[in-house]
Design a protein around this ligand. Sequence first.
Ligand code: F3S
Length: 291
Amino acid sequence: MHHSQTRKIIMAEKAGFCFGVQRAVDKVYAETEKGGQVYTFGPIIHNETVISDLAARGVRIIHSADEAEALHGATVVLRSHGVTREVFRKLSENKEVRLIDATCPFVRRIHEIVEERSRAGDYIVIIGNVGHAEVEGTLGWSEGPASVIETAEEARAFRLPDGMPLTVVAQTTFNARKFEEFIAILKEKGYNGFIVNTICSATSERQAEARRISRQVDAMIVIGSSTSSNSAKLFEICRRECDRTFFIQSYEDLGPGDLAGAGTIGITAGASTPRNIIEEVMEHVGNGTNF
Ligand code: F3S
């Protein structure tokens, strides 16, 4: 049998890390090359493989600006989610810390909008998940009153203080349909204001590409952690188009015969799947070993 020779693989271009996360991870690796103690402010990404690899290279994690007070001559890298203005100020004023800001530029732009508009007197609404690190960071750039709206009920219950102008932004990874729904609710209440859809297209583009590829293949592989909600969502999208869709964490999860007879195989990966894991899967599926 030689179907390994004729097997065609379609690899999603937008598989794995988005631009902002890749940039942050690259910055941490670049810092580890320079010697010196490197810290990240919170885990740089929700992926255990990457985190333990970084730990093996001596990278440690701090969780607050106060923790950084005890550091002597360290490099601190801010992750793509960003931080509050207070944390940013404390870390940049700390003479013992070399601060590397890996806040995603798209998140940074939201901080700027929130800072400027709140300074001008606007009430700030962030449509996103309460307690999410990015949302907490963004809240921290508001100089006046601000709230987070996560559900339709909260949008309905929202009261804008009399006479206050309104600015609305979104968490970059928030669901676009829900964002539109909440905006419609606010408008029904007569709240118009300055509305900026700051949802990042990385997620929706990854999903659209996965859908397109899964329509044209015999088998589809989605690589991602079982705890990653965006990977689960990718799997769901692909399975709707292709019955033979596999959700795996690494190539070892593929069983013998899983891909038997599949002439064309598509591969994509969730936002927290590192490049080397994706490449490993590509290699094994490509040369047909054991499958
Ligand atoms: Fe990623 Fe930045 Fe978008 S971190 S999801 S590219 S906002």
